[in-house]
Design a protein around this ligand. Structure first.
Ligand code: AMP
Length: 178
């Protein structure tokens, strides 16, 4: 399956979750067996090449791809969670959204000091979410050098922001524009 095949499986939903946003919906990609398998295999190849010792995924769609890649490589999976979900004391980080702030949380016990963790999410737009996740994982003791995405929206600058924070960024497909 080629990147263009994957792109064809991603559904465009205009004006979701609010007017003016073109939502790139992976429901149709993960609903297609060969599409899901190819996406996971391509991400896993990048993670293997990066020397991953564990995979972290961002709630919720990053869990789908991240946990699949971890299982494929025989590695553990670290969930980067929305607030209030983890039943143990957490490390938390607030980060800015277009309007307001959001928070991500990690169980510090899920990471060994110096462990090489590759970060995975479905999509990078402005990069704020992934940057916060990488900072949180680094605070927890992880070495985070690589971030992987199924979809990049390059005109929103997120990948460049991550590269400025010493992260190597790879994605399977890109949608120029937004
Ligand atoms: P950002 O922090 O701006 O990079 O946004 C990335 C997060 O928001 C990811 O977890 C995506 O799932 C979600 N997201 C942002 N923009 C879109 C979009 N146009 N289509 C689908 N998901 C999006």
């Amino acid at each position: 399956m080629t990147p263009d095949d994957l792109k064809a499986l991603i559904r465009d939903v205009p004006d979701f979750p609010k007017p003016g946003i073109l939502f790139r919906d992976i429901t149709t990609l993960i609903g297609n067996g060969p599409g899901l398998a190819a996406s996971v295999a391509m991400l896993a190849e990048h993670a293997r090449a990066a020397g991953a010792e564990a995979i972290a995924g961002i709630e919720a769609r990053g869990f789908i791809f991240g946990a699949s890649v971890a299982a494929q490589l025989g590695l553990g999976f670290v969930p980067v969670r929305k607030p209030g979900k983890l039943p143990v004391p957490v490390l938390a980080l607030d980060y800015a959204l277009e309007y307001g702030t959001d928070t991500l949380e990690v169980d510090p016990g899920a990471i060994a000091a110096g462990q090489k963790v590759v970060l995975i999410d479905d999509l990078i737009a402005t990069g704020g979410t992934a940057l916060a996740a990488a900072q949180l994982l680094r605070q927890a003791g992880a070495v985070v050098e690589q971030a992987l995405f199924v979809i990049d929206l390059p005109d929103l600058g997120g990948a460049d922001r991550l590269r400025a924070a010493d992260l190597k960024v790879d994605s399977l497909v890109a949608f120029p524009g937004h």
